[in-house]
Design a protein. Structure first.
Length: 352
């Protein structure tokens, strides 16, 4: 694993921000929001526990936090305990906001005020999974690079133009530590461990967790399609990538084929052979899945979402959406098709 470096994006505001040595941070608070991702939070905590085990001493400490001190239910229904009132927590170096599903409903004025108070006190702030949304809503990420779970990436970019959202697994930018979901927090916490205890400690931690390697910050998130379709065909991946980048202004299948150096007939055969679908059907599915993401996670109007996903009329958008999901875009917006778990949408045909 290569050690992550602190980044300073062009044009970033420097007022009130400070560079922090990850090796100096040992006291972590995990502010659990309702319906937070248990696996993301647990991965970060377990990294601290294992580092202590390897070091043979209590190098790291951690505290589960909520605004009122009552355990918050995770998206699986379980909760961390004991839980401490955020205002009563002892000295902390970093507070991670732990998000999950329906994070928008978990962010209110009180939470934003508390996060701003922590920032004024000089406590570094971080986020796991969708917790990044809370920091952005509190205006605490303007001028920063940051990470968020891939399922929320496109919708959140529409809302916060002063924040640079990346597709990286995690981002360390000065006094902000943001990470995606799943087990990616384990990778991020390894940066802290390596900075303080050395690379050998990270290698031993990987062995204990039975993972083949710890990933570094610059690695991209991997949408689920690669494993779902077991596809590594370079032309197919290039075609799918081009389609993903042009969702708002779809290209013809002929143009897609030309841009990747194939004939339309060759492209059709490629999709049929590997994905059992046509390029056109695949393209529409990409656009509709993006529309569903925006309906669930953004505040854009249904009409604007249809346009953003390449549908030129509301009627066309509604009809296509109903064929794919069994209900209209407005029904989706009203909660008919809400996801059961962050990062676990039904099927997504996107290929990295």
């Amino acid at each position: 694993m290569t050690r992550s470096t602190v980044t300073h994006p062009a044009g970033a505001r420097s007022t009130g921000t400070r560079s922090i040595d990850p090796g100096s941070l040992t006291r972590f608070g995990f502010l659990t929001l309702p319906n937070y991702s248990m696996i993301a939070c647990s991965a970060a905590i377990e990294a601290c526990r294992m580092a202590n085990y390897i070091a043979g001493e209590a190098v790291y400490s951690w505290t589960a936090l909520t605004l009122d001190g009552m355990p918050a239910p995770s998206s699986s229904g379980f909760a961390l305990s004991p839980t401490v009132v955020l205002g009563d927590a002892g000295p902390l170096d970093v507070v991670f906001v732990c998000g999950g599903i329906n994070v928008r409903h978990a962010v209110d004025r009180r939470l934003k005020d508390e996060l701003r108070r922590l920032d004024r006190r000089g406590i570094a702030l971080g986020a796991l999974c969708t917790g990044t949304f809370a920091l952005a809503e509190a205006d605490l990420l303007d001028g920063y690079r940051c990470a968020i779970h891939w399922e929320n990436l496109h919708s959140i970019r529409e809302e916060f133009e002063d924040v640079q959202f990346t597709e990286d697994l995690f981002v360390i930018d000065r006094d902000r530590f943001t990470c995606t979901g799943g087990i990616a927090p384990l990778d991020m916490m390894a940066v802290f461990v390596e900075a303080r205890l050395g690379r050998d400690a990270v290698v031993r931690m990987s062995d204990q967790f039975i993972v083949d390697r710890v990933r570094h910050a610059g690695e991209p998130q991997h949408p689920p399609a690669r494993s779902r379709f077991a596809v590594t065909h370079p032309e197919l991946e290039r075609a799918a990538g081009l389609m993903r980048r042009t969702i708002d202004a779809p290209l013809s299948v002929t143009v897609v084929a030309q841009r990747i150096g194939l004939s339309p007939r060759q492209l059709e055969r490629l999709f049929k052979l590997h994905l059992a679908t046509s390029p056109g059907e695949f393209y529409v599915t990409l656009r509709l899945d993006r529309a569903r993401e925006l309906l669930r996670l953004s505040e854009l109007s249904v009409t604007d979402i249809g346009l953003a996903c390449g549908f030129q009329s509301a009627a066309h958008f509604s009809a296509a959406y109903r064929r794919r999901f069994g209900h209209s875009p407005r029904a989706e917006r009203n909660g008919k098709g809400a996801p059961s778990e962050t990062g676990a949408s039904s099927v997504s045909p996107s290929i990295p």
